[in-house]
Design a binder for this molecule. Structure first.
Ligand code: PEP
Length: 259
């Protein structure tokens, strides 16, 4: 049985007040809703504390959007895994394409961040995905394989249990153009096969693989019903409580059996 996870990645949006407003509104939208999905909210660093307080006693988990791979030291402006833990973060997003693209995060840096987060007992949402040029050039699988192998190198099966992969084709992020359900399914099946080759069928069958890239209430049901799509990482459509709640409600109640 695989866990379905629906996560909100707010990116550099919402201050502390807006975070509070969202959480009140979202909890209201979710009143009485039964879902098998785990819901994760990833506000900017400055709002983690507020979000944690407001989420206390709710089933919703708190996530951060980034971390530094060092324990502590002279890294002005950076945030460590231990700091995130102390704010009540449960998850951390690692290797988002915006971090790779605008902040120079290489596969090597991403791998260090994954290890650091796991060693600090944070669950990792590892983002992978190809650019449009890579898809058009027919190298999608090559790119995904490289990213997955680099990030997971040296991990144990036990560590993999604390990791989620988000397949996020870069051409679908923030563009309004989502991958088709079949494109998502094919990429997810390939990622699962790649992980199976590294850590075995058993571990890979249990791995949650989220889809991310222009998920919205209108396309969520179809995407989330694909056999290897185990949830969503949502950017733009997670900024409004009602649209994020609609996406959470689109998650299948029954978790498809791993194959
Ligand atoms: C994201 O940034 O992780 C994302 C999927 O964004 P959007 O939903 O806006 O495409």
């Amino acid at each position: 049985m695989r866990k379905q996870i629906i996560a909100a990645n707010w990116k550099m949006n919402k201050d502390v007040n807006e975070t509070s407003e969202f959480i009140y509104a979202f909890q209201n939208e979710m009143k009485g809703v039964v879902t098998a999905a785990e819901v994760v909210i990833c506000p900017p660093f400055i709002a983690l504390d507020t979000a944690f307080e407001l989420l206390q006693g709710s089933p919703f988990k708190l996530g951060a959007q980034n971390l530094h791979f060092e324990e502590d030291g002279a890294f002005t402006g950076e945030i460590s895994a231990r700091m995130l833990k102390s704010l009540g973060a449960h998850y951390v997003i690692v290797g988002h394409s915006e971090r790779r693209q605008y902040f120079g995060e290489t596969d090597e840096i991403v791998a260090k961040k994954v290890k650091k987060a796991l060693s600090a007992d944070l669950k990792v949402i590892l983002c992978v995905g190809e650019s449009l040029a890579e898809r058009d050039g027919g190298v999608t699988e090559k790119v995904l394989e490289r990213q997955v192998k680099a990030a997971l190198a040296g991990l144990t099966e036990q560590q993999l249990a604390s990791l989620v992969i988000a397949y996020e084709p870069i051409w679908a992020i923030g563009t309004g153009r989502n991958a088709t359900p079949q494109q998502a399914q094919d990429a997810h099946a390939f990622i699962r096969k790649t992980v199976a080759g590294m850590l075995g069928e058993h571990a890979s069958a249990a791995l949650t693989i989220q889809y991310g890239g222009s998920v919205k209430p209108e396309n969520a049901v179809e995407l989330l019903s694909q056999p290897d799509v185990d949830g969503a990482l949502v950017g733009g459509a997670s900024l409004k409580a009602d649209s994020f709640a609609k996406i959470v409600k689109s998650s299948p109640k029954e978790i498809p059996t791993a194959h």
